[in-house]
Design a protein around this ligand. Structure first.
Ligand code: AMP
Length: 433
């Protein structure tokens, strides 16, 4: 809003201006207008911003402008990001913004064979977008060398920590040349994140955009108090309505995501699930079918949905409330991409009542209550023990199960708890609890 700068004021080179025109971007987002001038001067940056703020263009545009063509091609720009989906999206952004330049980029991530990735790498690339596990793997095999990197971007640093990638990230950083420009993005700040940023950056410019409030304000939010046994029926009733055209449903566990998707499919509502147990191909297909409208409902766990940039999601439905209030903001933010409005419905059973209180405290607003057929007074009025997911054993299980999509087979995951839960727990955030 206070952002009066136009792209012209940012002095971008014509091939980039042309790409922006093609994307129909007219005005830079706040993170873009605050970051691009300093980045063009070669400064390091710490950006507190989440996906949806335009941060990808904020780092890609200046990097593309500062990079010089050199042959044979060597990796001059490295972007690391926690999830495969995010990596793929950043790759797409490099294609879009770099369309009129001659740089070549590639994206690598785990969960798929390395052969094709290795072939592209050996033909020479200027820009590499990678998830940490696969990158380290290929570095260890001597296929990737980072000695020519001039621009380094660490994206979604908080998620990297959450997902147990910190040691991998540190190893990668230790192989980078000292002379480089480094950019560090995180949606949240914590002492741990700060420490990591300090090891990486030299006199960085600080840019913070707080989309939470604005994003949250633009989204119409409703709470549906409902008993757990009636949640599926309620979901089904809601999804029958025509204006729910493209719906992202969140569950806390992979199991529940699968169960819901098959329940909906059986009831003639086209649905698919994405989570960390699905193969990369299955995930890509599910996202693409959802994007094109072939499926109306995508059921996802938090990490699987993290960073997915799908325009035109009409509704987000929290089938289960997240137990970390920040996740609520991330989830509902999926429905108000790039300035669009959206609607978020949240189901709240008695045992989730305290989660709702935490969420309302974080977003500093009371969410409107919807009076529906399955309304539960018990859920609405739950206090004390009834407002928590009570049994201790179960609680511990679900705490771990909620982030069901962490990286597989990382050392961090090999905790006593992982006996209970098949794969991919993320370690707890120590600063939160
Ligand atoms: P990001 O936070 O980088 O994931 O970007 C979120 C969305 O905003 C993406 O769909 C971008 O294509 C879009 N976007 C980025 N910059 C602009 C801009 N200046 N004007 C309009 N849309 C933008």
């Amino acid at each position: 809003m206070e952002n009066k700068i136009s792209f012209k004021d940012l002095n971008l080179i014509p091939p980039l201006e042309r790409a922006l025109t093609k994307q129909k971007y007219t005005v830079p987002t706040p993170i873009q207008s605050k970051s691009i001038p300093g980045l063009l001067q070669g400064e390091d940056l710490i950006g507190i911003a989440q996906t949806g703020t335009g941060k990808t263009a904020a780092f890609i545009l200046p990097i593309l402008q500062r990079m010089r063509e050199k042959y044979p091609r060597k990796i001059k720009t490295l972007v690391i990001t926690p999830t495969r989906e995010l990596a793929a999206q950043i790759g797409e952004s490099f294609s879009a913004y770099g369309e009129f330049l001659k740089f070549k980029h590639t994206v690598i991530f785990g969960g798929v064979g390395q052969g094709k990735q290795v072939r592209v790498l050996s033909s020479g690339v200027d820009i590499l977008v990678a998830t940490p596990g696969r990158l380290l793997d290929l570095m260890n095999q001597g296929i990737i060398n980072l000695k020519d990197v001039e621009f380094f971007v660490l994206d979604e640093a908080d998620r990297m920590l959450d997902m147990g990638f910190i040691n991998d990230v540190k190893k990668i950083i230790s192989k980078l040349p000292l002379k480089r420009q480094s950019l560090f993005f995180s949606a949240t700040m914590s002492p741990e994140i700060n420490k990591l940023a300090k090891t990486l950056l030299k006199n960085p410019i600080h840019v913070e955009v707080t989309p939470q409030a604005t994003t949250v304000e633009r989204i119409k939010q409703c709470i549906f108090f409902v008993d757990p046994s009636a949640k599926e029926k309620l979901l089904f009733e809601l999804l029958k309505q025509e204006h729910l055209t493209s719906v992202l449903v969140f569950t806390r566990t992979k199991h529940k995501a699968n169960k819901l998707a098959s329940f909906l499919s059986k009831n003639n509502i086209s649905a698919d699930a994405i989570h960390g147990n699905k193969s990369q191909n299955a995930r890509t297909k599910a996202i693409s079918d959802f994007k094109t409208g072939k499926t109306k409902v995508l059921v996802a766990t938090d990490i699987a949905a993290r960073g997915i940039d799908i325009e035109n999601i009409s509704h987000v439905i929290n089938f289960e409330l997240p137990n970390e209030p920040e996740s609520y903001v991330h989830r509902i933010g999926r429905t108000a991409r790039a300035g669009a409005d959206g609607t978020a419905y949240s189901f709240c059973a008695a045992e989730e009542r305290n989660y709702l209180r935490d969420i309302e405290r974080l977003i500093k607003q009371k969410i409107e209550v919807n009076n529906h057929t399955f309304h539960s007074e018990i859920a609405q009025n739950a206090v004390g023990a009834a407002a928590k997911p009570a049994p201790k054993n179960k609680r511990q299980f679900s705490r771990n199960a909620k982030y069901g999509d962490g990286p597989k087979n990382t050392q961090k995951n090999k905790k006593p708890f992982s006996k209970n839960v098949k794969s991919g727990n993320r370690p707890k955030r120590s600063f939160r609890r």
